[in-house]
Design a protein around this ligand. Structure first.
Ligand code: ATP
Ligand code: MG
Length: 771
């Protein structure tokens, strides 16, 4: 039980086993901050701390899941199950479901995603007859979002002449009115946007001292990963909850603070010492992730930043190879270089696809990479970008499902009231909106009492509206007895959505049907998994909670072997043996939109530091000489960050391109770079990318993982399962049965899985193979 503590060095052990008090671990990339947090939770539990009273906040839900799995390995699954772990958004959404009624929200409130929010804002701008070229909805949305994250409510806004002045200067004097109308609309629709999940939590904790006390007492131990990227709103929540017991452990790295543009405040980490009575500060210095060469190269970069805490990072790992730098003519060539390099490395080093990551500054860069990987038949997965759940046809289905849970959800109504076509026109919808505003009710409530109101809507249309209401209400009734998958299938059929798409017949229409099928498959898996877990039901509301805050990273169950493609921002906290950072060009990385001040440029540099420190064995930097941007072919120049890596840690695979860029910043920034050191290393002859030989292809195919042959129709009764039997599960891997309990359809087995730890499964649903 204690032996997990042996897997920590001395510096890591100290914060791990300091049971009480406030502490901060500040340390560079790969030094085991996340490991300390994980083991610390296991340690607290071993000292008798109830898992119910531990709250751990992570940057992604995937990180939370992985941490929980690791803890379960140490302390057992049933114990780890009760830990509260997740992102700020998911944890506080859960709390708001219990407590939101105090603020006037229904427990089944909808969570509006960015698309929904922006659509509400567009409607407000239109209603107010404002010029949409002046009031650009995306810009308005991001201003409102930043107000919310700084806890500037509508009321606070109108009490703050400076903010109003600033918006007026930005030619948006009526921003406050938009803000107010937007909030009113969301509230009436029983909806919160992403920022509300934090803002309303803050409101809850300040306005209701009894509720604050309840959660203070509940979460006696609070832990936060990636603390450097908390914004003001998150900071205040953590501060409030931890104020009573002051058992708080935060870990972070100021050099990896990369979300200032979203309101993250690096001062939260710098000021931590002042916030609590007796703060212990720990530093970790040994990096376990990367080679010496990568660690040193990353250090040589981050040294160029003026605003930073002094930190040492070293490693006892192998020397490794230099950072490889490659230039190509076009972004197409860049893609081909990366793809063929991945292929060769797979051959030579016997590596899986999942050992490789391609990181870029902007999502648009993924296309060239995708094309090249596809041509080479290398499986990949793109993280970020438009998520599956935001595709039109998927959102249509989800909108019906949202209405079942919360019929006030106005964005959902607007989306599907006339889709598939039911003869309900735009004018009718506008009249309903006006009436809803007038009576201060939701659209659905208005539609339910049409006959009692004076509305300029004819009887034929009224009947159509009534039919729509009846349909949604009938879904609500059947939802009582159906699981998420069944109700979704029911909805897809009864609404005529599938019939509508089938009529279409174009390749796009067919692709849409396939996507809906994919959604239904996903929902079936979800309900089965939930049922397997014996303490959940697989209901629609469980599914929707999961989906509302899902990011692509969360959907990754790690069960298929693919090259990962993502932005550098998304890669924070992750690690891969081989990392390709592509598009290393001026105005792309560093971004052309972040070169105006030293602070912006330093944030870009931290971003590059994050990118480079994801690599365990080898990092490649690539750039092209020309690239299409904003529809134009432009001459690209190599990024200054390439120059900034100290000579001894990099190697050029192609001759170096001369720089043409003129300093865009104060001269002193460029003085930091010792120009005499630039471009001294000898270019190495680049290997021309070659295609795979037949022999190599055969070898590669052999490397592909064998997929599990789980039998969906597995019958436990006929399978002779006993305590001690070895079985295999699609997701949890191999395991041994510990215990069998219950009879007939309720028979459950407790199984100790290699990958999944201890799980209790209902045999009726469990997809097991006897080994
Ligand atoms: P980042 O700043 O990128 O989030 P981090 O400080 O959180 O990094 P971890 O992810 O916890 O670092 O650790 C980096 C890698 O080193 C992981 O693979 C981890 O398992 C490993 N590691 C950490 N500490 C040790 C140790 N004492 N012995 C062996 N491996 C370790
Ligand atoms: Mg980490």
């Amino acid at each position: 039980m204690q032996e997990y503590l042996d897997q920590l060095n001395e510096a890591q052990l100290a914060p791990t086993i300091q049971k009480d008090g406030a502490m901060i671990v500040i340390a560079g990339a790969g030094s085991g901050k996340t490991r300390v947090l994980t083991y610390r939770i296991a340690f607290l539990m071993s000292k008798g701390v109830d898992p119910f009273s531990i709250l751990a906040l992570t940057f992604t839900n995937k990180a939370a899941r992985e941490m929980k799995k690791r803890i379960a390995d140490i302390v057992g699954t049933s114990e780890a199950k009760n830990l509260w772990m997740g992102t700020f958004h998911s944890i506080f959404a859960k709390i708001l479901r219990f407590e939101g009624h105090q603020l006037g929200y229904p427990s089944n409130f909808t969570i509006y995603d960015t698309q929904d929010s922006q659509s509400v804002i567009r409607a407000v701008i239109k209603e107010m007859h404002l010029d949409k070229d002046v009031y650009k909805y995306k810009q308005v949305y991001s201003r409102i979002s930043s107000y919310k994250n700084s806890l500037v409510t509508v009321k606070a806004y109108f009490n703050n002449p400076e903010l109003m002045e600033a918006d007026a200067m930005a030619k948006m004097p009526r921003l406050g009115e938009i803000y107010k109308s937007y909030c009113d609309k969301c509230f009436k629709a029983g909806a919160m946007d992403f920022d509300d999940l934090l803002l309303k939590t803050n409101e809850l904790l300040t306005r209701f001292p009894a509720t604050l006390a309840k959660y203070q007492n509940r979460f006696r131990y609070i832990l936060v990963d990636e603390y450097q990227d908390t914004n003001h709103s998150q900071y205040l929540i953590v501060k409030a909850l931890s104020d009573k017991f002051q058992n708080i452990c935060v870990v972070g790295d100021d050099a990896q603070s990369i979300y200032a543009f979203r309101g993250a405040n690096i001062n939260n980490i710098l000021n931590f010492q002042k916030d609590y009575d007796d703060v212990k500060t720990y530093r970790l210095e040994q990096n376990y992730r990367s080679t010496k060469n990568i660690v040193n190269a990353a250090n040589s970069i981050i040294e160029k930043n003026k605003t930073r805490l002094d930190k040492v990072v070293w490693t006892a790992n192998d020397e490794g190879v230099p950072i490889m730098i490659n230039r190509t003519m076009t972004d197409g060539d860049e893609g081909r270089f990366v793809a063929s390099n991945i292929f060769e490395t797979q051959m030579n080093e016997q590596r899986k696809n999942g050992d490789f990551a391609i990181l870029y500054r902007t999502n648009a860069q993924s296309r060239a990479m995708e094309d090249a990987l596809r041509k080479r038949d290398i499986p990949y997965r793109i993280y970020g970008g438009l998520s599956f759940y935001q595709r039109k046809e998927i959102k249509d289905v989800l909108s019906y499902l949202r209405l079942i849970l919360n019929p006030k959800d106005e964005e959902a109504i607007k989306r599907v009231i006339n889709y598939p076509a039911r003869g309900i026109g735009q004018t009718t919808i506008e009249r309903l909106t006006v009436a809803a505003n007038h009576y201060d009710r939701s659209m659905f409530e208005v539609m339910k009492v049409l006959d009692k109101l004076e509305l300029n809507i004819n009887n034929g249309t009224k009947n159509k509206l009534k039919n729509f209401v009846t349909m949604i209400e009938s879904f609500q009734v059947v939802n009582q007895t159906m699981n998420a998958f069944e109700i979704a299938e029911h909805v897809a059929k009864k609404t005529g959505l599938l019939t509508e798409l089938k009529k279409d017949g174009t390749p796009e229409g067919i692709a849409r049907i396939e996507n809906i099928e994919e959604l239904l498959n996903g929902m079936r898996d979800f309900t089965e998994e939930q049922k397997e877990l014996a303490d959940a039901t697989g209901s629609l509301s469980e599914f929707m909670e999961d989906v509302a805050l899902a990011t692509d990273l969360d959907n990754d169950k790690g069960d298929d072997d693919r090259v990962a493609l993502m932005t550098v921002h998304l890669a924070k906290g992750l690690e891969f043996p081989y990392v390709y950072i592509v598009g290393m060009e001026e105005e792309l990385f560093p971004s052309g939109m972040a070169m105006n001040t030293r602070a912006e440029l330093e944030e870009e540099r931290r971003l590059f530091y994050v990118a480079l420190t994801r690599a365990e064995k080898q990092a490649y930097l690539t750039y092209t000489q020309s690239r299409y941007r904003w529809g134009k072919l432009i001459d690209a120049e190599p990024s200054r960050f390439i120059d900034e890596i100290a000579e001894e840690y990099k190697q050029y695979l192609t001759p170096i391109t001369e720089h043409r860029y003129k300093p865009l910043l104060d001269a002193d920034i460029f003085d930091e770079v010792d120009k005499s050191k630039l471009r001294l290393s000898k270019p190495v002859a680049g290997k021309a990318p070659t295609g795979p030989s037949e022999d190599q292809l055969r070898k590669l195919r052999r490397l592909k993982p064998v997929t599990s042959s789980a039998d969906k129709n597995f019958d436990p009764a006929a399978a002779n399962l006993n305590v001690g039997t070895f079985v295999e599960h699609v997701r949890f891997g191999k395991g041994r049965i510990n215990k069998i309990e219950g009879v007939g359809a309720d028979t459950k087995a407790e199984i100790n899985f290699e990958n999944g730890g201890l799980k209790k499964l209902l045999l009726r649903f469990a997809k097991l193979n006897v080994l």
